[in-house]
Design a protein around this ligand. Structure first.
Ligand code: NDP
Ligand code: 8X3
Length: 251
């Protein structure tokens, strides 16, 4: 990994920060993108590897393209793009949900991921080398009450990753949809808009995976020989499984 440039979106917490630490340990050169500059700077100071930070909101199309275009050498030749920036907002039913929350999830999880991908891909195609890892989710495969738009954005991510594979055939570029289940990060605190008690209850005695487990999987997926492409990888804690289909019975 010490000759690899790894670009991570959403690097300030959870999977993104854990991945930054994992790749730094392996000597990779990093580009870290997120909105919270203080956290980016702290991470940059902590990591003993070359780090370029981009204080960018992935929803801002121009900022994403400008950020990628502005990268100085050696950060400009990206080997691995980890499209990780994303969030869930709310757990209300479709009929009760706040449409503003939907806009943010769609703009971040779908459009932001597309901007980063489209900005980085031409360089990878020109070099005939690269790997894009998209953070999908089990929420994109299995519907649960209140998951609605979040789950739908992740279904997009899961499937877009396969579409990338189709379009990139013969270009030497790998694409993977990594689809985790319950993992303990700031995800729930964000979903419940700062209600840390409600967020903590999600993870209490749950066996939720730590972010470091997902970082290790991302690292493994991208460290495999180039001839291997993991298309989709669904992963859950051992303590998580499937619910039966629900049936509403009239009295
Ligand atoms: P965290 O809340 O811990 O991290 C989310 C990261 O995304 C932060 O670094 C945040 O940085 C960044 N981010 C959010 N919005 C934007 C934006 N508009 N522009 C740039 N960066 C942004 O959550 P996780 O680590 O859990 O989540 C990472 C990804 O994994 C998400 O896509 C999530 O949907 C997915 N996932 C999470 C699971 C879980 O159970 N935790 C399971 C399956 C998938 P900042 O606020 O500084 O911009
Ligand atoms: C996050 C997993 O099940 O909390 O994508 O929606 S879940």
């Amino acid at each position: 990994m010490n000759d690899q440039v790894v670009f991570i979106t959403g690097a300030t917490s959870g999977f993104g920060a854990a991945s930054a630490r994992r790749y730094a340990k392996a000597g990779a050169t990093l580009v870290l993108l997120a909105r919270r500059m203080d956290r980016l700077t702290t991470l940059q100071e902590e990591l003993e590897t070359p780090v370029h930070v981009l204080n960018v909101d992935v929803r801002d199309r121009d900022a994403v393209y400008d950020g990628v275009r502005s990268l100085p050498a050696p950060f400009d030749e990206i080997d691995v793009l980890i499209n990780n920036a994303g969030l869930a907002l709310g757990l209300d039913k479709v009929q009760d949900a706040d449409i503003e929350d939907w806009e943010v999830m769609i703009d971040t999880n779908i459009k932001g991921l597309l901007y980063a991908t489209h900005a980085v891909l031409p360089g990878m195609v020109a070099r005939r080398h690269g790997h894009i890892v998209n953070l999908g989710s089990v929420a994109g495969t299995y519907a649960y009450p209140g998951g609605n738009i979040y789950g739908a954005t992740k279904a997009f991510v899961n499937f877009f990753s396969l579409q990338l594979r189709a379009d990139l055939l013969g270009k030497g570029i790998r694409a993977t949809s990594l689809e985790p289940g319950l993992c303990e990060t700031d995800f729930s605190e964000t979903r419940f808009k700062g209600d840390s008690e409600r967020a903590a209850a999600v993870y209490e005695n749950s066996g939720a995976l730590p972010a470091e487990d997902i970082a290790e999987l991302i690292f493994w997926i991208t460290s495999l020989p180039n001839r291997i492409n993991i298309n989709r990888l669904e992963v859950m804690p051992l303590t998580q499984s499937f619910a039966p289909l629900s049936i509403h019975r009239e009295d």
